[in-house]
Design a protein around this ligand. Structure first.
Ligand SMILES: [Zn+2]
Length: 270
């Protein structure tokens, strides 16, 4: 799946249990324009995750690692790529599917929506709760959702807003400390956030498939920086809380939530 998005013929080197593959913007299909900085591993306050180079698309502002670390282990690879439909954003593993099936009594498919072969216009609503940021091929998944939604049907999405105040000030703070770290794409360990969405990139993706946001909310949510020992750790925690509170203004919140209604034919892709 992600081979479509990666530079043609590029298989990427294998290092630290990941295949490192050149990544283009899945919305605009162009290479990323601006390098933001490093994330994860040596560039994380707790040393968590694998070190990535984080870039931003010059056209739609989507944020993502380039090269993209794709887990080499077969099961995780498949799971990460298939985290869309049946997992409902929590866990695509067979054990979760079984649990969900037992608990809900509903059928839970163990394959990505692209492979389910649902008929056109056969769903009233689709929920992608905390899913989109984990998908390696969000463009294909949302395109398929638009196909199976009936006209007037709705897609729910919530994702972190990587153009929000929290990320902007977080990156600025790292610069002020003399580091080239970024706080985008959290966390850099499994289950990964692999693409960092913003109001602009999310609207671009939805518009591409004739999906019109009806309810659109950008909000602060809870602070993402846990309390840590020491004066600096406490200060970082309090600053993050203040930023989160302030970010409820405008479109600077840390999260985006929307119901997008299928209103039209897909726009021509660039
Ligand atoms: Zn883009």
């Amino acid at each position: 799946m992600s081979e479509v998005l990666n530079v043609e013929g590029e298989r990427g080197e294998v290092r630290d249990g990941y295949r490192w593959v050149a990544q283009v913007c899945p919305v605009c299909r162009v290479p990323p324009g601006k390098y933001l900085g490093r994330r994860g591993g040596a560039a994380h306050r707790e040393g968590t995750g694998v070190e990535c180079r984080i870039w931003r698309c010059g056209r739609c502002s989507l944020v993502f690692p380039n090269p993209m670390p794709v887990p080499e282990r077969g099961e995780v690879l498949v799971a990460a790529r298939e985290a869309g439909w049946e997992a409902v954003g929590i866990d695509p593993s067979p054990s979760f599917a079984e649990y969900a099936e037992r608990r809900s009594g509903a059928e839970v498919r163990r394959e990505p929506i692209e492979r389910c072969g649902f008929p056109d216009a056969s769903f009233d609503a689709v929920i992608l709760a905390a899913v989109l940021e984990h998908l390696y091929d969000p463009d294909t998944t949302v395109g398929e959702i638009a196909r199976v939604l009936r006209p007037g049907g709705a897609l729910f999405i919530d994702v972190p807003n990587e153009a929000g105040l929290y990320f902007r000030l977080g990156n600025l703070y790292q610069r002020l400390r003399g580091r080239d770290w970024v706080v985008n794409i959290a966390p850099t360990f499994e289950p990964f956030h692999v693409f960092g969405w913003s109001p602009r990139s999310l609207r671009a993706l939805l518009a591409k498939y004739g999906l019109t946001p009806r309810d659109w909310r950008v909000y602060g949510g809870r602070s993402m920086v846990p309390r840590r020992g020491g004066a600096l750790g406490t200060l970082e925690h309090l600053a993050a809380r203040a930023v989160t509170a302030a970010s409820n203004l405008g479109e600077l919140g840390t999260y985006i939530e929307t119901w997008a209604v299928k209103t039209g034919a897909p726009a021509d892709t660039p």
